[in-house]
Design a protein around this ligand. Structure first.
Ligand code: IPE
Ligand code: IPE
Ligand code: MG
Length: 245
């Protein structure tokens, strides 16, 4: 199937799941799966940049992932730190603009510094917007946005009856990007696991059993092809959409 740019999603959001099971299948410790998963991240970023996708949001660590064994959490942090250290210059060369979302203040100071630097280095780039969700939760996101509006009310610059969906949207993470058009979850689970709850309201969902380390160009292309066949109605009838096409 030939995909024209208009049938490509502008923004893709991915739950990168299945690293642990990938390692288990090979009788390896779970962290081998996370390392292999990082390779997939490189591949997918490259592919999105080549396809001129506007934005890619990757779920790297959820607000619930702290419940994992301490050793795994610490290894994931180390992996995140070394990836930032090693990849930022390359991302910058490739015109990628990096943005990290989540409750970052709980991370070690060194990691927060790295994140801030990476964002500063790449801030003027005009290519792919690469968003990494780390210690992110959709509930947290909505609560933070609500707090910001509440502060405006406290300061007397906003009245509660003036709150609209639009106003709340502006305070939610990724307000500067179009909402995700395509959501992909690898690893076979069919749930959203507290990812971008607000932003996914009208996103097309694609679930694949492929484990994240095995997710390659062919499986990614299948997801894009599935997206290209979908009729996005946003509440209207199919006939209305066809008439406007
Ligand atoms: C996703 O893979 C990576 C993170 C949550 C950091 P998992 O580690 O959840 O892999 P499975 O689901 O156990 O296979
Ligand atoms: C979701 O995967 C979070 C990330 C991929 C970072 P999980 O593997 O943690 O999700 P659940 O707990 O199985 O829903
Ligand atoms: Mg999992």
């Amino acid at each position: 199937m030939v995909m024209t740019q208009s049938r490509l999603p502008r923004h893709i959001a991915i739950i990168m799941d299945g690293n642990g099971r990938w390692a288990k299948k090979r009788l390896l410790p779970r962290h081998f799966g996370h390392k292999a998963g990082l390779e997939t991240v490189r591949r997918v970023v490259k592919f999105c940049a080549e396809k001129q996708i506007e934005a890619l949001t990757l779920f790297a660590f959820s607000s619930e992932n702290w419940r994992r064994p301490e050793q795994e959490v610490s290894l994931l942090m180390q992996l995140f730190i070394s990836a930032l250290n090693r990849e930022v210059n390359k991302l910058h060369k490739n015109n990628v603009k990096l943005h990290i979302i989540g409750a970052l203040h709980v991370f070690p100071e060194k990691l927060q510094q790295l994140i801030a630097n990476a964002e500063i280095i790449t801030q003027n780039n005009t290519g792919l917007n690469l968003v990494i969700a780390a210690n992110y939760g959709g509930h947290w996101d909505i609560v933070e946005a609500t707090k910001k509006l509440a502060q405006q009310i406290e300061q007397g610059t906003l009245r509660s009856e003036e709150i609209t969906e639009e106003l709340l949207s502006q305070q939610i993470c990724l307000a500067h990007l179009p909402n995700p058009d395509l959501f992909i979850r690898t690893g076979g689970e069919k749930r959203v696991s507290n990812f971008l709850l607000w932003q996914l309201a009208y996103t097309e969902m694609y679930f694949t059993d492929t484990l994240w380390p095995d997710f390659d160009q062919a499986t990614f292309t299948q997801a894009l092809e599935s997206f290209a066949t979908r009729q996005r109605r946003f509440g209207r009838t199919g006939e209305q959409v066809e008439k406007d096409a």
